[in-house]
Design a protein around this ligand. Structure first.
Ligand SMILES: [Zn+2]
Length: 431
């Protein structure tokens, strides 16, 4: 079995791995880069109006034979570990006959992003993975493992062929609401792993504000208890763990959790996968309507859903009447200043900033200062801290451990056993 990491040996984002036997070629993830060569943020606008060949020349699309639309198909399948753009964001370029395997949760979230965000996805040949069942692609056997990550229903994969076993960790952590999944792998790891590809996003940037998801929930609860004005929650609506933490904090303090139509729709679509995800019609949840989201839902999905969500609609007068009782999910976009303008005396309102601090712009901080809004960062990483990486690696105890999805591959040899550093595009034959 041969392994080629097309991208990811030296960077976070844009992961793409190839596994190959004499008969079968499988890719794992085909992500959009997060950074350019100079480590400045990658701007997806660069993709506009460029051909596949142009994008290969720019090293944005990995140079993989038989993968793209303009080529003769020679890749048997693509496995997508989870619904973050840096793991699936280049799928639009692939040959339409290549089956793309992912979890049900990933499929729902990727589809919703395609409806509501600029990240449009063409029709792809999706196959849904049952996370309890192994399956085969040619002579490669794939066993999925659900992992704890900030993306819902994220998977790691064990791939076996030619008597060799490779484990791809994907993105994971041990301190989310599904930390049990992490403990399960550590307690009962896949045996005889020849090669482990393990992420290391937090290495080199490990100042955790909050230890775990429960600490985040507790802090949100304290803030809500002490609030004498409206509180805003800045969070990705797709970070289901965090939405659950915020909802539980609202229940404990009897506050009203105001979500938007986009969030209500995400939660609604995931309700068939988990009964524990809060829904728009649950206690203490209300829905704020924004015209652009309502238009998209009516046009692209169904008007009926709007009528359903309308039953729990909340409008500004009601919000103003009980503003110290409200936690309002929002984001920094053109709507936010309009919301602030419609709040009676927003001075002193709290912004619970519950996303990676790298997204917190100077522009937004400045805006908050000018408007008397107080930012408090309440966040916990989507990725494993180094102690958890260590217990994960030593539980799996691979013959070879290869860094991926990290800016700090060079730190691995000091932290873990049997490390081998690869370069992007280097062909590695499993020994
Ligand atoms: Zn991720």
């Amino acid at each position: 079995m041969e392994l080629i990491i097309h991208r990811g040996t030296q960077e976070i984002g844009g992961s793409c791995v190839e596994l190959k036997t004499d008969r079968t070629r499988v890719l794992i993830d085909l992500g959009m880069p997060l950074v350019n060569k100079d480590k400045k943020p990658f701007d997806s606008k660069i993709l506009e109006r460029k051909s596949i060949e142009d994008l290969k020349d720019l090293k944005i699309l990995p140079n993989i034979r038989g993968l793209y639309k303009n080529d003769e198909k020679d890749v048997d399948a693509i496995l997508i570990s989870h619904s973050h753009l840096d793991h699936y964001g280049l799928l639009n370029y692939v040959h339409p006959d290549i089956p793309i395997y992912m979890s049900q949760g990933a499929r729902e979230l990727i589809e919703i992003s395609s409806i509501f965000t600029p990240n449009k996805l063409n029709k792809i040949n999706t196959k849904i993975i049952d996370s309890k069942k192994a399956f085969s692609i040619g002579d490669i056997e794939v066993t999925p493992y659900i992992v704890d990550h900030s993306a819902f229903d994220a998977l790691a994969f064990l791939l076996e062929a030619d008597g060799k076993r490779l484990f791809y960790s994907g993105d994971f952590r041990g301190h989310g609401r599904k930390s049990k999944l992490f403990e399960k792998i550590v307690r009962n790891p896949p045996k005889d792993v020849d090669c482990l590809l393990m992420e290391g996003s937090t290495l080199g940037r490990e100042e955790q504000l909050y230890r775990d998801e429960i600490a985040v929930q507790n802090r949100i609860e304290q803030i809500l208890k002490a609030a004498d004005n409206i509180s805003f929650l800045f969070v990705s609506s797709q970070n289901i763990d965090r939405i659950v933490s915020a909802y539980k904090a609202c229940l404990k303090t009897d506050r009203i959790f105001v979500i938007d139509i986009y969030t209500a729709y995400i939660l609604d679509r995931l309700s068939s996968i988990s009964k524990h995800i809060p829904q728009f019609d649950w206690r203490n949840v209300r829905v704020k309507f924004y015209k652009n989201q309502a238009d998209i839902l009516a046009r692209e999905v169904s008007k009926k859903l709007l009528y359903r969500y309308n039953a729990k609609k909340i409008e500004m007068p009601e919000i103003n009447e009980q503003k110290n009782q409200i936690l309002m999910l929002t984001r920094y976009n053109s709507l936010f200043p309009r919301v602030i303008k419609s709040i009676n005396n927003p001075i002193g309102a709290k912004i619970i900033y519950s996303m990676w601090e790298g997204y917190l712009s100077n522009e937004f901080t400045e805006y908050c200062v000018q408007n008397g809004l107080i930012i408090e960062q309440v966040h916990s990483s989507g990725h494993a801290k180094s102690t958890d990486l260590k217990s994960f690696a030593s539980a799996i105890n691979p013959k070879t451990l290869i860094p991926i999805h990290t800016f700090e591959a060079k730190r691995y040899p000091a932290l873990f056993q049997n490390v081998k550093l690869l370069k992007n595009e280097e062909v590695f034959t499993l020994p």
